[in-house]
Design a protein around this ligand. Structure first.
Ligand code: SF4
Length: 76
């Protein structure tokens, strides 16, 4: 897990994709809320925009902006 602040990046992106491309918005919002309830917030809302994950991504994914999109779409 490359995030020192506990953000579960793959799980957030999985939920974003399910909401955007499969239309499973309600399901994704419920799972996103679950990420927030665990010990420590693992959701996109916990992202501090520090950028430490960026050089560790082999695919140059714009992680911060995608996490922001995830939070916009799934946080209630
Ligand atoms: S930018 Fe966000 S997801 Fe990336 S390491 Fe920092 S807090 Fe974690």
């Amino acid at each position: 897990m490359p995030c020192p602040h506990g953000v579960n990046i793959p799980q957030n992106f999985l939920l974003l994709n399910r909401a955007k491309f499969l239309g499973a918005v309600s399901y994704a919002r419920t799972r996103f809320a679950g990420l927030r309830r665990r010990s420590g917030d693992a959701s996109a809302l916990a992202c501090k925009r520090c950028g430490q994950c960026l050089p560790k991504c082999p695919n140059d994914v714009p992680i911060i902006s995608q996490l922001q999109e995830t939070a916009r779409l799934l946080a209630r």
